[in-house]
Design a protein around this ligand. Structure first.
Ligand code: IMP
Ligand code: MG
Length: 185
């Protein structure tokens, strides 16, 4: 039985095709905006951005390097704890580099605001944020993504890297999780 038929997904919010063309367009935009930069590093925030990251970097037609950072802000539930824990730091030195942070979703903004502060102290030349999804209604701190593929309503979404309790990351689309999935728990 597939995920969709199991009733855990209320509906598909963004289809596989819509994601594909948005990622392609984002890659083109970044290629244009960074074509004159010499040291571009794309940083994926694990695990949520992993699917978006691998698709996006293949649409950037420039000699970039990549790195990853793993942070946790949520535990296993749907609400933010406000605490950001670094589980894996970058492997590389980002001093003097143009940094593009790749995120799955900007929700309260706490995770990214903390990360931007932390990475800024390492003296990169610039830091910009690319997010697959933006949920602006939920923002608690003043932070805006520089590049957004899709703005989404205030619902818990899953798929294309986004999880609920570590599941659903492998869905090829973004869907809305049925509230019954977390209300019964
Ligand atoms: P923020 O610190 O509240 O902006 O939360 C950022 C992180 O929370 C994201 O990188 C996601 O891992 C997770 N998150 C926030 N909203 C959702 C959602 O609707 N579905 C799945 N994960 C989410
Ligand atoms: Mg997550």
């Amino acid at each position: 039985m597939g995920f969709f038929n199991s009733g855990s997904i209320e509906r598909i919010l963004i289809s596989e095709d819509e994601i594909k063309s948005a990622v392609k367009e984002m890659g083109k935009k970044l290629t244009e905006d960074y074509k004159d930069k010499e040291n571009v590093t794309v940083i994926g925030i694990l695990k949520g951005s992993c699917v978006f990251m691998v698709d996006l970097i293949r649409e950037i037609d420039l000699p970039i390097t990549i790195d990853f950072m793993s942070v946790s802000s949520y535990g296993s539930g749907v609400k933010t704890s406000g605490v950001v824990k670094i589980i894996k730091d970058l492997d590389s030195n980002i001093e003097g580099k143009d940094i593009i942070i790749v995120e799955d979703i900007l929700d309260s903004g706490k995770t990214l605001s903390y990360l931007v502060g932390l990475l800024s102290e390492r003296n990169p030349k610039s830091i910009k944020i690319v997010t697959l999804l933006d949920k602006p209604e939920r923002r608690e701190v003043d932070i805006k993504p520089d590049y957004t593929c899709f703005t989404v309503p205030n619902a818990f979404v899953i798929g294309y890297g986004l999880d609920y309790d570590e599941k659903y990351r492998n869905l090829p689309y973004v869907g809305i999780l049925s509230p019954k999935e977390y209300m019964d728990k």
